[in-house]
Design a protein around this ligand. Structure first.
Ligand SMILES: Cc1cc2nc3c(=O)[nH]c(=O)nc-3n(C[C@H](O)[C@H](O)[C@H](O)COP(=O)(O)OP(=O)(O)OC[C@H]3O[C@@H](n4cnc5c(N)ncnc54)[C@H](O)[C@@H]3O)c2cc1C
Length: 480
């Protein structure tokens, strides 16, 4: 069966990969001239890469890790020490670590928390532990129910001291969804804690050894095209063309550079576009359906990725760092963490600026100036004295609508991959799956969409249609 997929982000490519495995023929149509969507990256005139986002892979990403194995590229994941490292704003230039010992979960997580005395007092740790008990005892159904609260509200309800939020959870909320604890849904943080602490290596982090476009998306494209599928760049979908019964008749592709528009037909159609452009493109008859109306409840959150090249090394730390800066979220010296970006003499910092609402409209120069002021606090010794570190060049990548903003009450708006339209499916990190809006969520959603298509009884089945295994945690797994 021919399946046309709009969007070559991780969800669209994952969907195509698993459709190929199930014996179908996917055609992926990507609007831009670059693969990867929110993991897209570009090479500048000097040959240096810059990316849409600083991307971290976790041990608790079973579908992503399975995909790496299936593509034979596991060696491209550069696993770091099992630690979480935070800057200490009250002691500029110093770090506080949560080190996970080589013990089974959740003991290693408990030991990591108990072993850190810089950020939380013993009383605060005990109050946090007690507060988390309902989530531990009542499992996933409790976690889903907590979507009515923001994380700040949930912490207050559980009597967890405000300092715990300030010390630990501002950094965590910003890393998870680019927003603060008073905005993020409690379900998101509880889900992450659940995934990270339940498995021994759940919170262990890896960096890809190069740009995601080249080192992850391209192998997916090779896998798809070598087996008869197709991936086209510069192929923007302009419109979903409908039959009189409301099903899809074709994708209308916008002709570029003066070329005529083109109608592309297939047996099945998939949107792997983000939710914001999808909402704009919904045909009028579909807008009457409750399934599509619910999408109005989802909207992408702004975020900015800043890359700064310096004339010297600022740090030797080969890991992700939680800045705990009001302006920034996480950052890393990519000249240490990523093989393809290695430089023994100079640092290339990649920093996520979030929340970015107030910054997304500002110029790159303003954003870089504000980031440099923050760096003076994060690296006090390098930006003072007679010979301060010099910024050699920068790139700023703004994403005005990135992953959906996971404020309280959003879970109910996340759609299933199967739609009410017989030959039209959705995929993407925002669709309903158990792993938040993330690379893991995108890959899983692609697999779920492929499964739903392959399981369609009215469609011809190929011999491999059942050979798709998904790693979703069981419905009632205990949390944290
Ligand atoms: C700054 C930043 C940091 C992040 N850090 C992490 C991290 O550390 N770990 C993690 O797991 N996740 C992280 N994420 C989230 C992760 O990148 C996303 O969840 C994931 O990549 C989304 O994949 P997707 O395929 O669902 O959507 P997208 O990647 O958005 O793909 C959608 C594709 O559809 C295409 N498209 C849109 N309109 C059309 C059209 N009309 N016709 C054809 N194609 C179209 C787009 O160009 C795009 O390629 C981060 C994201 C950002 C922005």
């Amino acid at each position: 069966m021919r399946v046309a997929i709009a969007g070559a982000g991780l969800a669209g490519l994952s969907c195509a990969k698993y459709l190929i495995d199930a014996g179908h023929i996917p055609m992926v149509l990507e609007r831009r001239d670059v693969l990867g969507g929110k993991v897209a990256a570009w090479k500048d005139a000097d040959g240096d890469w810059y990316e849409t986002g600083l991307h971290i892979f976790f041990g608790a990403y079973p579908n992503m890790l399975q995909l790496f194995q299936e593509l034979g590229i596991e060696d491209r994941l550069q696993w770091k020490e099992h630690s979480m490292i935070f800057n200490q704003p009250d002691h500029p230039g110093t770090y506080s670590r949560f080190d996970f010992p080589d013990l089974p979960a959740p003991i290693n997580g408990i030991m990591a928390i108990l072993g850190n005395n810089d950020m939380l007092t013993w009383t605060e740790k005990i109050r946090l532990g007690i507060g988390l008990i309902p989530a531990i005892l009542q499992g996933q159904s409790y976690v889903e129910e907590m979507d009515k609260y923001s994380w700040s509200e949930w912490l207050q309800k559980q009597n967890i001291p405000p300092r715990v939020e300030k010390e630990v959870f501002i950094a965590m909320s910003k890393a998870l969804n680019f927003i603060n604890p008073d905005e993020i849904s409690a379900t998101i943080v509880l889900t992450a804690l659940n995934r990270f602490l339940q498995e021994k290596n759940g919170s262990k982090m890896a960096f890809l050894d190069g740009s995601p476009t080249e080192r992850l998306c391209q192998p997916m494209v090779d896998y798809i095209t070598e087996r008869g599928g197709e991936v086209r760049l510069n192929a923007p979908i302009k419109e979903f063309l409908l039959n009189s019964d409301g099903t899809v008749r074709g994708f209308l592709l916008r002709g570029l550079n003066g070329a005529a528009d083109e109608v592309l037909t297939a047996d099945i159609y998939v949107s792997a576009m983000p939710v914001d452009p999808l909402k704009v493109m919904l045909p009028a008859p579909w807008r009457q359906l409750a399934y599509f109306q619910k999408l109005d409840g989802l909207e992408g959150v702004p975020v900015i990725n800043v890359h700064l090249w310096f004339d010297r090394k600022l740090t030797d730390i080969d890991h992700l760092l939680f800045s705990r800066s009001p302006l920034l979220s996480v950052y890393a010296d990519m000249s240490n963490t990523c093989r393809a970006y290695t430089n023994p003499n100079r640092s290339m910092l990649e920093l996520v600026l979030a929340p970015a609402e107030d910054w997304i409209g500002k110029s790159d120069a303003e954003i870089v100036a504000a980031t440099m002021s923050e760096l003076e606090k994060l690296f006090p010794t390098h930006f003072s004295g007679a010979e301060p570190a010099q910024l050699l060049k920068y790139h700023v990548v703004k994403t005005p609508r990135s992953v959906y903003k996971a404020t309280p009450g959003r879970q109910q708006y996340r759609p299933a991959q199967k739609t009410p339209i017989a030959n039209f499916y959705l995929t993407g990190d925002y669709t309903m799956q158990r792993y938040l809006a993330s690379m893991e969520g995108a890959v899983l959603s692609g697999k779920l969409t492929a499964q739903a298509i392959a399981a369609e009884p009215s469609l011809p089945m190929d011999e491999a249609t059942v050979n798709l295994t998904t790693s979703q945690p069981a419905a009632n797994v205990a949390t944290v």
